[in-house]
Write a protein that binds this ligand. Structure first.
Ligand SMILES: NC(=O)c1ccc[n+]([C@@H]2O[C@H](COP(=O)([O-])OP(=O)(O)OC[C@H]3O[C@@H](n4cnc5c(N)ncnc54)[C@H](O)[C@@H]3O)[C@@H](O)[C@H]2O)c1
Length: 436
């Protein structure tokens, strides 16, 4: 078996690609980064210095890289959602395998096009469904696969997007306006949750979906009286509004603010004065939360029907006091319920024996002990990011990857379900059939 590290070129050296590429630093025997393609010269230089390759392996775009033929085993594609087709297709055509961020395509037509391209070129394309790799969801998947709760009758998932995450990413930020980012809130945020539902229900497949949702909070008519346009320039509520940029980003500079500070990345160590100046500029992150060009929903409910008659629901609510992901799965022999943030779940198995605890069912409480600071120690997404990168190496080497490994073909069920759920929402909840 070839034990040389898998070689990779980063395409889109942003937040996500660098998270996965960290494996080359922590485990150089697994992964070696040998080049970068990114229009941003600061990011190209940073990669060159961090991973130690020469300037002739720096390219301005994915398209330019593709003109050079195949220069490595694989690509780590961390470009933005709407760029996945234009960056992935020419490189797959060159013969590269690829790690590709979710959502891998912004609409059904593009998803089919990319899937067909991978098939035609015999490419290994893995999609970054990092939550599958967290100990929480992975352990639940193992229990289901072992038949512990029998056949699943119903699955309920919930995601609460905290007020600081919602306001930064989905009201002021990169995923706020569907005409600019080409994604919906469900696709950008919950394609993880719908993917998890499809993965846990992999014995069957979705056939119909319906959805409702809308934008409830952040509209001009809900702004406090006399609100300005730029919090730190002309707003009398700058010290009292919970969404004021001063309170969110200056008083608490690490609260989802890494996207906000992207504009300062050309400065080595931005000072508080640099940050205040940005918050007084025309940066989209400086705007009054009620006066942005956001058009994506802030709450949405989805109802799924599966081929074997099982059902599922997903509820996304943005603007909550804390982030939360919860799951409850009811099977023919028992149930599993848990809280992702707490990394705890409970398995209850039907047991009519009078000796059984509680005289009704067996109860097992599982604490994965990954809370608070431990989440950081385990890496991003509860440790999912690191494990995903290591599994990608196995996938590329042709070794048996983990249960969580998501090829582009496995990712279709979740993506198509999201596209059809949004279609249903746009049509006022009319159920849509799902084929993929
Ligand atoms: N798996 C997850 O949990 C998760 C979490 C957040 C974001 N994402 C997804 O990750 C992706 C990247 O998000 P991000 O915040 O890291 O993005 P980013 O904006 O930080 O990085 C994107 C990079 O792509 C570069 N780029 C633009 N055009 C290019 C081209 N033609 N060729 C090469 N590079 C090009 C940009 O200059 C930029 O540096 C998105 O699809 C996003 O939705 C996934």
């Amino acid at each position: 078996m070839d034990k040389n590290p898998v070689t990779a070129i980063i395409v889109g050296a942003g937040h996500r690609a660098l998270v996965y590429s960290e494996l080359a630093i922590t485990n150089p025997e697994l992964l070696k980064i040998v080049g970068v393609a990114d229009p941003n010269p600061v990011r190209r230089k940073m990669c060159m210095e961090k991973f130690g390759f020469s300037e002739d392996m720096c390219f301005e775009t994915a398209q330019e890289l593709a003109t050079r033929g195949k220069l490595a085993d694989t690509i780590i594609n961390g470009t933005m959602d709407e760029q996945h087709i234009e960056t992935a297709v020419p490189l797959l055509e060159c013969g590269y395998d690829m790690l590709l961020e979710k959502p891998f395509a912004v609409c059904e037509e593009e998803a089919s096009l990319l899937k067909e391209c991978a098939k035609k070129n015999n490419s290994r394309v893995m999609i970054c469904h990092v939550l599958r790799y967290t100990p929480f969801y992975y352990s639940i998947k193992e229990r289901i696969a072992n038949g512990e709760i029998g056949e699943i009758i119903n699955i309920q998932t919930t995601e609460h997007v905290s007020y600081h995450h919602l306001s930064t990413s989905y009201v002021r930020g990169k995923w706020a306006n569907s005409k600019k980012c080409h994604t919906t809130m469900l696709l950008a945020k919950c394609c993880h949750d719908i993917d998890l539902m499809m993965w846990l229900m992999s014995e069957t497949k979705p056939t119909k979906i319906a959805s409702f949702g809308g934008k409830y909070q952040f509209k001009p008519e809900n702004a406090p009286e006399g609100a300005g346009n730029i919090c730190m320039v002309d707003c009398p509520h700058v010290d009292t509004c919970v969404y004021s940029t001063k309170r969110l980003y200056i008083d608490h500079p690490d609260r989802w603010a890494f996207y906000v500070w992207d504009k300062l990345e050309h400065i080595d160590n931005p000072t508080i004065d640099d940050k205040i100046a940005l918050m007084k500029s025309d940066s989209p992150y400086a705007r009054c939360i009620y006066k942005c060009d956001n058009d994506v929903v802030d709450h949405q409910s989805v109802l799924v029907n599966f081929e074997n008659g099982a059902t599922g629901t997903h509820n996304m609510v943005g603007g909550s006091a804390q982030s939360l992901r919860k799951i409850h799965i009811i099977g023919t022999k028992g149930e599993i319920s848990g809280n992702f943030e707490e990394s705890k779940f409970v398995v209850k198995k039907i047991n009519p024996s009078p000796d059984a605890f509680n005289e009704e069912c067996d109860i097992e409480e599982i604490d994965l002990n990954i809370t608070g600071d431990m989440v950081g120690a385990y890496g991003g997404h509860g440790g999912g990011d690191e494990r995903l990168a290591a599994d990608f190496v196995k996938f590329i080497r042709g070794e048996t990857p983990s249960l969580a490994c998501t090829s582009i073909f496995d990712s279709m069920a979740g993506h198509v379900s999201v596209y059809r759920a949004d279609k249903s929402r746009e049509m006022g909840g009319v159920p849509q059939s799902i084929e993929f």
